[in-house]
Write a protein that binds this ligand. Structure first.
Ligand code: ZN
Ligand code: ZN
Length: 161
């Protein structure tokens, strides 16, 4: 299977209102041509790795002390969510520790849902790594807000159905 990777980066990065293409954004990190310089950049690249099924990258950027036996096989198994978008709510860095709160929207057989998580990151061996996260209930947009799927329609006229 060949996958066209010349697509807008799944993480939603934009420069001057124009979507940044995957090979110029998280693709650079997935190919190890660049390292995440902030916890938020790492978090964005990890979301893109889920979308692009770069499971090796997810293991490589997960702090070894927090993996708890997690493997590429675990990550590549079902369920396969249909990822819609990433919304970073807040991010902060303090010394060797960072936190990013985000919502990752997806659709599965039960409809629209989101992973709402506050992830912890640690600067370890000269690189930012994911350690663990605390999950919360999704915060849904208001009915008249833009939909989370990127359609530019109002939520009530799109994925709310
Ligand atoms: Zn990206
Ligand atoms: Zn939608």
């Amino acid at each position: 299977m060949t996958t066209n990777t010349n697509i807008p980066c799944p993480c939603g990065a934009k420069e001057a209102e124009t979507p940044v293409l995957y090979p110029m954004c998280c693709g650079l990190l997935h190919l190890k041509n660049k390292q995440a310089s902030t916890p938020e950049q790492l978090m964005r690249s990890r979301y893109s790795a889920f979308v692009m099924q770069e499971y090796d990258y997810l293991i490589a950027t997960h702090h070894p002390g927090f993996l708890n036996g997690l493997t590429v096989i675990d990550l590549s198994g079902p369920p396969h969510n249909h990822w819609l978008s990433l919304n970073v709510i807040s991010s902060s860095t303090s010394g060797k520790n960072g936190q990013v709160e985000f919502q990752a929207w997806y659709k599965d057989d039960n409809g629209l849902d989101a992973i709402h998580e506050r992830s912890d990151f640690e600067f370890f061996n000269n690189t930012w790594l994911y350690t663990q996260g605390q999950q919360f209930s999704p915060l849904y947009p208001k009915r008249n807000d833009k939909c989370v799927c990127g359609s530019a329609k109002k939520f009530k006229q799109c994925c709310l159905k």
